[in-house]
Design a protein. Structure first.
Length: 386
């Protein structure tokens, strides 16, 4: 751990807990109030007229700016070392607003790594408007070979959400800048604490706030962070006109989650390391997918880009039929069966289908439970396979 890493960790902790909160403005309230209002009023028509000339810099209507939501946005921008953030009603709201704002008829999007399913589905829908997409691997040579004259956006997941694959952020960002192509990344897996893509040259970093940032499986939200120029454009068009607005109450919940994010991420990391060690002892486990196990050039990327490791992993077992995978997952008692991840609870799913199609993977989201409970639950499930 370097002095720079220590300084970054301390700065991030201060941002999560105290930055921008201005307690004196709220009678000293430790938790800033929820501005649960649809509109804001003005003392005179002259003031209203003045504010409406620059609506996106003032509190007018909560589809635009809201004090609770803006506090969250300021913290997210600071954590990512960006100039501006905009929060949305869901992660897909953020992705949709970004793409609908920045893409035009005839543009091409290049997906790097295994993209989140709904992101691909969105791009399939955008084909109706003359936008195309293709997919490629994570190294610069693959990305460069897949670029087209009409490529407008390189969209990355690193680490990805099923195989936890990494991408060369520095190399891809440099290549894109030489070609005048925008870059965006889904940074949900790592959180702003463990990866800061903007500092590697990526233009936009996106998050599903529902996962680690919220941390309690009780909110849905999204965010996009980047330069003031890009995010303001997304605010004006994709946010204001598409209307995927984060509610003040959900912003309050996300702020609550941020206060414990550094502590929770340390526990997620400790727990996932313990689970990986246990999985490695199981004869039926044939492969484990997590960035801490990266080899070759991916290990170099991990060392350069990641400052920690989140709790999402996947693994493979011998004879991975649907029936055997179901037998394992159904035997779990501490791990619940459900989509999403990043909350306090541990989860297990598989995309294997009854007909044998789909990835032969079991994905585990490692929560905050005691390590002995998690390992004991997995041990019981492995015994059910025998």
């Amino acid at each position: 751990m370097t002095a720079t890493d220590d300084n970054d960790r301390a700065r991030d902790s201060e941002i999560c807990t105290h930055a921008f909160e201005e307690h004196e403005r709220h009678q000293g309230a430790m938790a800033p109030p929820i501005y649960q209002t649809s509109l804001f009023t003005f003392p005179t028509l002259e003031r209203f007229t003045e504010v409406m000339r620059d609506e996106r810099s003032h509190f007018v209507y909560s589809r635009g700016l809201n004090p609770t939501v803006k506090l969250l946005e300021d913290k997210l921008a600071a954590l990512e070392r960006g100039e501006m953030a905009k929060a949305f009603g869901s992660g897909m709201g953020a992705i949709s607003a970004m793409m609908m704002t920045l893409l035009n008829h005839g543009d091409h999007v290049l997906l790097v790594n295994q993209a989140y399913g709904p992101t691909r589905q969105l791009l399939e829908q955008l084909a109706r408007f003359g936008i195309t997409f293709s997919e490629t691997g994570a190294d610069c040579a693959s990305v460069e070979g897949a670029l087209r004259p009409e490529t407008r956006l390189i969209y990355i997941e690193s680490p990805s959400s099923m195989l936890m694959q990494l991408a060369d952020l520095d190399g891809i960002a440099a290549l894109a800048k030489r070609r005048g192509i925008l870059t965006a990344i889904d940074n949900t897996w790592a959180t702003p604490l463990f990866q800061k893509p903007l500092t590697h040259g990526i233009d936009l970093s996106l998050h599903t706030l529902s996962k680690y940032i919220g941390g309690h499986s009780d909110l849905v939200g999204g965010a996009v962070i980047g330069s003031r120029e890009l995010v303001a454009k997304i605010f004006e068009h994709g946010h204001q006109l598409l209307g995927s607005v984060l509610s003040p109450h959900n912003a309050f919940l996300a702020l609550r989650g941020l206060r414990t994010l550094p502590v929770r991420m340390r526990q997620h990391q400790a727990n996932v390391f313990a689970v990986i060690q246990h999985l490695a002892t199981q004869p039926t486990v044939t492969a484990i997918h997590h960035p801490c196990l990266a080899t070759g050039e991916a290990a170099v990327w991990a060392e350069r880009q990641l400052k920690g490791h989140a709790g999402l992993l996947s693994f493979e077992i011998q004879e991975p039929t649907y029936e055997r995978i179901a037998c394992f997952i159904n035997a779990l008692r501490i791990f619940c069966i459900g989509v999403s991840w990043g909350g306090y609870e541990s989860l297990a799913i598989s995309q294997r289908q009854l007909d044998g199609s789909g990835p032969a993977l079991i994905r585990l989201a490692i929560g905050l439970e005691d390590q002995e409970l998690l390992i004991g639950d997995l041990e019981n499930a492995f015994r059910a396979l025998k």
